[in-house]
Ligand binder design. Structure first.
Ligand code: TXA
Ligand code: MG
Length: 323
């Protein structure tokens, strides 16, 4: 249980909220769509805290919030269409999913391991002030517990998350009330991934194109891996391994040793002292590192199904099934 601070719009409160974010804490803040549950997007451990607070049983890519289009261009690659959309609708209730830039600092966990990134510049004076003071991209899904409705004021946030987050920045009621529209610009015709605050018609009128349907059920296939909504390693994934086979890459959790570890090609431990929040923070980057070792199989030791273990196991099961 944490003491959740209720902060307001004065300078001292904003400085306090930014300081909490910069040291890895969780701050709910107002945007024009809904309140977001923010964490430093570059800090995977802080992002893991979002999932723990929301009790969310699976990891999906999160939207990272930025103070300006200029700051967003450090994180993602904007093609002509994405640039026009950003210039027309930012700040505002539009999220653009674009390829990751070489200078991207957003953590693997915030991107759920994908090579693309969801970016948004919100139109709310407090959100802007907070992002500017924090000076880093802030990952933020809606500030509610999993399965509950998205909050549009600070009381809603506290009703769900009091004692589970460090602070809520009270900026009154959110104007839009529904989440941002999400458009993927990953080459070819842009796709509407989620309807929201900016109407489809406004987007189509600006770009002079009809948006394709979302990730699932789209008509024309994209380049491989471009819009896969789940990161899947190249290697086969073997779960709940008790014994290691020759030349496997191994993903461990906790102090419990597995049999025949000496035959492993390489091994990484998600959290030696069995901390599931730390394990979540490492999950995607460790999977990538083990995959890059060239092993045909990644063997994964047992991970408890409690707390963030549920989301970790969900993601590993998808990685094991995909093929
Ligand atoms: O209005 C909003 O957008 C609110 C406020 C707080 O800004 N935020 C919000 O964030 O709804 P979030 O993190 O819950 O949105 C996550 C969704 C994912 O479910 C996915 O649809 C999409 O954003 N998304 C983010 N990054 C993506 C990526 N790289 N590829 C595909 N979809 C992505
Ligand atoms: Mg939500």
């Amino acid at each position: 249980m944490r003491q959740t601070e209720r902060l307001t719009s004065d300078e001292a409160s904003l400085a306090r909220a930014a300081e909490i974010l910069r040291r890895g804490g969780l701050v709910a803040f107002p945007t024009e769509t809904v309140y977001g549950l923010g964490a430093d997007a570059t800090d995977a451990q802080a992002v893991a805290g979002i999932y723990a607070a929301k009790e969310r049983p699976s990891f999906n890519p999160l939207i990272s919030h930025l103070e300006s289009f200029e700051a967003a261009q450090k994180q993602g690659v904007f093609d002509e269409t994405a640039r026009r959309l950003a210039e027309a609708f930012w700040p505002g209730p539009l999220t653009l999913v674009v390829p990751v830039a070489p200078t991207c600092t957003i953590s693997d966990l915030a991107r759920a391991g994908l090579d693309s990134v969801g970016l948004r510049v919100p139109a709310h004076p407090l959100a802007y002030a907070l992002l500017q003071k924090t000076g880093r991209p802030v990952a933020a899904p809606s500030a509610n517990r999993s399965g509950r409705v998205s909050p549009t004021d600070a009381d809603h946030v506290l009703g769900d998350l009091d004692g589970r987050i460090d602070a809520v920045l009270d900026g009154g009621s959110s104007q839009v009330g529904v989440e941002s529209t999400i458009v993927a610009c990953l080459g070819g015709t842009p796709r509407l991934l989620r309807p929201g605050g900016v109407p489809r018609e406004a987007i189509e009128a600006l770009i002079g194109m009809t948006l394709e349907a979302g990730a699932e059920g789209g008509k024309s296939p994209l380049a491989p891996g471009m819009l896969a909504s789940h990161y899947a390693p190249r290697a086969r994934v073997r779960l709940n391994a008790a014994r290691i086979e020759a030349d496997e890459a191994v993903l461990l959790f906790g102090a419990q040793p597995l049999e025949s570890m000496e035959t492993a090609r390489t091994a990484l431990n998600l959290s030696k002292n069995g901390d599931l929040v730390e394990a979540a923070a490492h999950l995607f980057s460790y999977l990538r590192q083990l995959d890059a070792s060239g092993a045909a199989t990644i063997a994964v030791g047992p991970i408890p199904e409690t707390g963030l273990g549920e989301a970790i196991n969900d993601r590993l099961r998808r990685a094991a099934a995909e093929r």
